[in-house]
Design a protein around this ligand. Structure first.
Ligand code: ZN
Length: 303
């Protein structure tokens, strides 16, 4: 396995430098126009600051809530500062592995793993809702194949459908990459039917002009490059990934890339934060039930 030089971590320079600053940022984002009671929509409340997490008590129905309820931060015992650092690190070009995160923010491996999955879950939920529209390119491509040796079929190459929107210069903006099931190690490519299924699911047909490419030499090259970048990035960050985990990590790659190309560092962080407060986090048990890549006991012991 190749190892790159140690990932250079961006310094955590943000305006959220204290627990209070992080909490106030979440409160402002949760209720941008002021408090609204989740039970009765009343807008008057009193704020109870006696606990670590400030509570808001509705002036009409007396329901108590906090800015963390219904977000991925609900029930967390970790300082929000660590969460905010994790969000920053998640946005690094290649993301961050749970092991590395655990070292950087000084939490256990299991905690880091759970945090990353919660962040990923929120980001993916958003990505899934955003259809591609406008000038859309769709390639029937292969993931995990060295393009300089196209003639050689790689044992881990997988057939994929990749689609993207492009800007005026033709550069891919939002990208989606979908693996075809059962295609690893074969020379199979996506069929017309696979491409149509991709378009039905991920492209807003009414608002788009779609260009399909199915033959290797006709594929939209900039989109091909993104697929290659995904391969290199995932290899560098996670090493070898099992087939069953690959789609989730591809989604993470394209979701992060989209956040990065669509804004400044600050707007990117704001957008990710917004995703994180718009969706309740999965519990550890739910994640274990859903995710095949549970942390291994020996990895836990090593962390
Ligand atoms: Zn109320």
């Amino acid at each position: 396995m190749e190892f790159r030089e140690e990932t250079v971590l961006q310094p955590f320079h943000s305006r959220y430098h204290s627990e209070e600053a992080c909490m106030e940022a979440l409160i402002a984002m949760k209720w941008p126009d002021g408090f609204v009671c989740p039970r009765c929509d009343h807008t008057g409340c009193s704020r109870l600051n006696s606990r670590r997490v400030p509570l808001f008590e509705c002036g009409r129905c007396k329901h108590q809530t906090s800015a963390l309820v219904g977000t991925i931060f609900e029930g967390t015992r970790l300082p929000l500062l660590k969460w905010f650092m994790a969000l920053d690190l998640f946005l690094l070009p290649d993301g961050i592995s749970a092991l590395r995160l655990s070292q950087v923010i000084d939490v256990t491996y299991k905690t880091a793993w759970l945090m990353l999955h919660k962040i990923r879950h929120a980001a993916l939920h958003f990505d899934a809702q955003e259809l591609l529209y406008g000038d859309v390119k769709v390639n029937s491509d292969q993931y995990g194949r060295n393009p300089s040796r196209c003639a050689v079929s790689h044992p881990h190459a997988s057939a994929i459908v990749a689609g993207c929107t492009i800007d005026e210069a033709g550069e891919p903006q939002q990208v989606k990459i979908r693996l075809l099931p059962q295609s690893r190690g074969t020379d199979t490519r996506a069929s017309r039917r696979d491409l149509t299924a991709f378009i039905d699911e991920h492209v807003d047909r009414l608002a788009s002009e779609v260009q399909l490419s199915t033959q290797a030499f006709r594929l939209y090259a900039p989109l091909r490059s993104v697929v290659r970048e995904a391969w290199v990035s995932l290899k560098n960050t996670y090493g070898a990934l099992g087939r069953k985990h690959l789609q989730a990590y591809l989604n993470e790659f394209t979701g992060r890339r989209w956040l990065r190309v669509s804004g400044t560092a600050e707007s990117m962080r704001q957008k990710l934060l917004q995703m994180c407060i718009a969706i309740p986090g999965l519990s550890y048990c739910q994640l274990i039930a859903r995710q095949p890549d549970r942390p291994l006991e020996n990895a836990l012991a090593a962390a």
